[in-house]
Design a protein around this ligand. Structure first.
Ligand code: ADP
Length: 184
Protein backbone atom coordinates (compact mmCIF):
# COMPACT_ATOMS: atom_id res chain seq x y z
CA UNK A 1 0.00 0.00 0.00
CA UNK A 2 1.41 3.42 -0.99
CA UNK A 3 0.28 6.11 1.40
CA UNK A 4 1.00 9.82 1.49
CA UNK A 5 0.71 11.51 4.86
CA UNK A 6 0.31 15.22 4.36
CA UNK A 7 -0.15 18.33 6.47
CA UNK A 8 1.52 21.52 7.66
CA UNK A 9 4.64 21.56 9.85
CA UNK A 10 3.69 20.41 13.33
CA UNK A 11 0.63 18.46 12.20
CA UNK A 12 2.07 15.19 13.48
CA UNK A 13 2.96 13.51 10.19
CA UNK A 14 6.17 11.98 11.48
CA UNK A 15 4.58 10.70 14.70
CA UNK A 16 1.66 9.08 12.90
CA UNK A 17 3.88 7.74 10.11
CA UNK A 18 5.97 5.90 12.74
CA UNK A 19 2.84 4.33 14.23
CA UNK A 20 1.56 3.34 10.79
CA UNK A 21 4.91 1.83 9.91
CA UNK A 22 4.70 -0.56 12.87
CA UNK A 23 1.01 -1.30 12.55
CA UNK A 24 0.85 -1.86 8.79
CA UNK A 25 4.48 -2.98 8.39
CA UNK A 26 5.14 -0.54 5.59
CA UNK A 27 8.45 1.38 5.49
CA UNK A 28 8.38 5.09 6.30
CA UNK A 29 10.16 7.52 3.98
CA UNK A 30 10.57 11.00 5.49
CA UNK A 31 12.44 13.45 3.29
CA UNK A 32 12.98 15.74 6.31
CA UNK A 33 14.61 12.88 8.26
CA UNK A 34 16.83 12.01 5.31
CA UNK A 35 17.98 15.62 5.01
CA UNK A 36 18.63 15.94 8.76
CA UNK A 37 20.58 12.67 8.75
CA UNK A 38 22.72 13.92 5.85
CA UNK A 39 23.33 17.22 7.63
CA UNK A 40 24.38 15.39 10.80
CA UNK A 41 26.78 13.19 8.85
CA UNK A 42 28.10 16.16 6.84
CA UNK A 43 27.57 14.41 3.50
CA UNK A 44 27.70 16.42 0.24
CA UNK A 45 23.88 16.44 0.20
CA UNK A 46 23.84 17.57 3.83
CA UNK A 47 26.21 20.44 3.06
CA UNK A 48 24.07 21.46 0.11
CA UNK A 49 20.78 21.58 2.03
CA UNK A 50 21.80 22.74 5.52
CA UNK A 51 21.29 26.47 4.98
CA UNK A 52 17.98 25.79 3.22
CA UNK A 53 16.58 23.76 6.13
CA UNK A 54 17.90 26.28 8.65
CA UNK A 55 16.03 29.03 6.81
CA UNK A 56 12.79 27.01 6.64
CA UNK A 57 12.85 27.14 2.84
CA UNK A 58 12.29 24.24 0.45
CA UNK A 59 15.06 22.13 -1.03
CA UNK A 60 14.94 22.45 -4.86
CA UNK A 61 12.43 20.08 -6.48
CA UNK A 62 15.03 18.35 -8.63
CA UNK A 63 17.16 17.43 -5.62
CA UNK A 64 14.22 16.05 -3.67
CA UNK A 65 12.70 14.22 -6.63
CA UNK A 66 16.01 12.52 -7.52
CA UNK A 67 16.46 11.50 -3.90
CA UNK A 68 12.95 10.06 -3.55
CA UNK A 69 13.15 8.20 -6.87
CA UNK A 70 16.46 6.62 -5.85
CA UNK A 71 15.04 5.66 -2.50
CA UNK A 72 11.77 4.28 -3.90
CA UNK A 73 13.71 2.13 -6.36
CA UNK A 74 15.01 0.04 -3.45
CA UNK A 75 13.35 -3.36 -3.02
CA UNK A 76 12.28 -2.56 0.54
CA UNK A 77 9.58 -0.32 -0.93
CA UNK A 78 8.26 -2.97 -3.35
CA UNK A 79 5.19 -3.60 -1.24
CA UNK A 80 4.54 -0.01 -0.28
CA UNK A 81 5.70 3.16 1.37
CA UNK A 82 4.47 5.81 3.77
CA UNK A 83 5.60 9.08 2.24
CA UNK A 84 6.04 11.86 4.80
CA UNK A 85 7.14 15.35 3.75
CA UNK A 86 6.89 14.50 0.06
CA UNK A 87 5.41 15.70 -2.27
CA UNK A 88 5.67 19.25 -0.97
CA UNK A 89 5.10 21.13 -4.24
CA UNK A 90 2.81 20.47 -7.19
CA UNK A 91 5.89 19.83 -9.35
CA UNK A 92 6.96 17.11 -6.91
CA UNK A 93 3.45 15.61 -6.97
CA UNK A 94 3.52 15.47 -10.77
CA UNK A 95 6.99 13.88 -10.73
CA UNK A 96 5.78 11.27 -8.24
CA UNK A 97 2.74 10.49 -10.39
CA UNK A 98 4.94 9.91 -13.45
CA UNK A 99 7.33 7.76 -11.44
CA UNK A 100 4.49 5.64 -10.11
CA UNK A 101 2.94 5.35 -13.60
CA UNK A 102 6.24 4.22 -15.07
CA UNK A 103 6.63 1.62 -12.35
CA UNK A 104 3.04 0.35 -12.38
CA UNK A 105 2.40 1.67 -8.91
CA UNK A 106 -0.30 3.93 -7.56
CA UNK A 107 -1.17 6.03 -4.56
CA UNK A 108 -3.64 4.08 -2.44
CA UNK A 109 -4.40 6.82 0.07
CA UNK A 110 -3.67 10.48 0.63
CA UNK A 111 -4.19 11.38 4.27
CA UNK A 112 -4.18 15.03 5.29
CA UNK A 113 -3.91 15.98 8.95
CA UNK A 114 -5.90 19.06 9.87
CA UNK A 115 -4.74 21.15 12.85
CA UNK A 116 -5.51 24.83 13.62
CA UNK A 117 -2.61 27.20 13.05
CA UNK A 118 -2.15 28.32 16.70
CA UNK A 119 -1.94 24.72 17.78
CA UNK A 120 0.72 24.03 15.13
CA UNK A 121 2.85 26.88 16.39
CA UNK A 122 2.46 25.80 20.04
CA UNK A 123 3.34 22.22 19.24
CA UNK A 124 6.47 23.06 17.30
CA UNK A 125 7.74 25.58 19.83
CA UNK A 126 7.13 23.20 22.72
CA UNK A 127 8.38 19.94 21.20
CA UNK A 128 11.95 20.67 22.20
CA UNK A 129 13.64 18.46 19.65
CA UNK A 130 16.34 21.07 19.31
CA UNK A 131 15.76 21.42 15.58
CA UNK A 132 17.48 24.52 14.22
CA UNK A 133 14.33 25.34 12.23
CA UNK A 134 12.05 25.24 15.29
CA UNK A 135 12.56 28.89 16.35
CA UNK A 136 9.55 31.28 16.33
CA UNK A 137 10.80 33.13 13.29
CA UNK A 138 11.56 29.98 11.28
CA UNK A 139 8.26 28.40 12.21
CA UNK A 140 6.48 31.46 10.83
CA UNK A 141 8.47 31.13 7.64
CA UNK A 142 7.81 27.37 7.32
CA UNK A 143 4.10 27.98 7.71
CA UNK A 144 4.14 30.68 5.08
CA UNK A 145 6.10 28.41 2.71
CA UNK A 146 3.54 25.71 3.47
CA UNK A 147 0.62 27.96 2.50
CA UNK A 148 2.29 29.20 -0.64
CA UNK A 149 4.06 26.11 -2.01
CA UNK A 150 2.65 23.05 -0.30
CA UNK A 151 -1.07 23.65 0.30
CA UNK A 152 -1.70 23.58 -3.51
CA UNK A 153 -0.62 19.90 -3.43
CA UNK A 154 -3.78 19.19 -1.44
CA UNK A 155 -5.97 20.70 -4.16
CA UNK A 156 -4.04 18.78 -6.78
CA UNK A 157 -4.94 15.46 -5.10
CA UNK A 158 -8.46 16.65 -4.23
CA UNK A 159 -9.10 17.07 -7.92
CA UNK A 160 -8.05 13.45 -8.38
CA UNK A 161 -10.51 12.51 -5.64
CA UNK A 162 -8.24 10.54 -3.34
CA UNK A 163 -8.00 12.74 -0.26
CA UNK A 164 -8.98 11.60 3.23
CA UNK A 165 -9.09 14.36 5.83
CA UNK A 166 -8.07 13.39 9.34
CA UNK A 167 -8.77 15.56 12.37
CA UNK A 168 -5.25 16.02 13.75
CA UNK A 169 -6.31 17.32 17.17
CA UNK A 170 -6.43 14.86 20.07
CA UNK A 171 -4.13 12.29 21.61
CA UNK A 172 -1.66 10.43 19.41
CA UNK A 173 -3.75 7.27 19.77
CA UNK A 174 -7.04 9.00 19.00
CA UNK A 175 -5.57 10.38 15.81
CA UNK A 176 -4.09 7.01 14.93
CA UNK A 177 -7.53 5.40 15.40
CA UNK A 178 -8.96 7.91 12.91
CA UNK A 179 -6.23 6.97 10.43
CA UNK A 180 -6.93 3.23 10.79
CA UNK A 181 -10.62 3.93 10.29
CA UNK A 182 -9.93 6.01 7.17
CA UNK A 183 -7.76 3.25 5.71
CA UNK A 184 -10.14 0.39 6.48
P1 ADP B 1 8.12 19.81 9.04
O1 ADP B 1 6.98 19.25 8.25
O2 ADP B 1 7.91 19.72 10.52
O3 ADP B 1 8.50 21.20 8.63
P2 ADP B 1 10.06 18.01 7.73
O4 ADP B 1 10.95 17.12 8.50
O5 ADP B 1 9.03 17.34 6.85
O6 ADP B 1 9.39 18.94 8.82
O7 ADP B 1 10.93 18.98 6.79
C1 ADP B 1 11.94 19.79 7.30
C2 ADP B 1 12.58 20.62 6.18
O8 ADP B 1 13.18 19.75 5.19
C3 ADP B 1 11.63 21.50 5.37
O9 ADP B 1 11.39 22.75 6.02
C4 ADP B 1 12.43 21.66 4.06
O10 ADP B 1 13.48 22.58 4.20
C5 ADP B 1 13.06 20.29 3.89
N1 ADP B 1 12.22 19.38 3.08
C6 ADP B 1 11.67 18.21 3.53
N2 ADP B 1 10.95 17.62 2.56
C7 ADP B 1 11.02 18.44 1.47
C8 ADP B 1 10.46 18.40 0.16
N3 ADP B 1 9.67 17.40 -0.23
N4 ADP B 1 10.75 19.42 -0.69
C9 ADP B 1 11.53 20.42 -0.31
N5 ADP B 1 12.08 20.54 0.90
C10 ADP B 1 11.83 19.56 1.80
Amino acid sequence: MNIIIFGPPGAGKGTQAEKMKHHFEIPHLSTGNIFRENIKNETPLGKKVKSILDAGELVPDETVVDLVKDELSKSKYDDGVILDGFPRTVAQAKALDSFFDENDKKIDAFLTLTVPEEELINRILSRGEGRSDDTPEMVKNRLSVYHKETAPVLNYYKEKGAVKEINGVGTIDEIFDRIKEALS
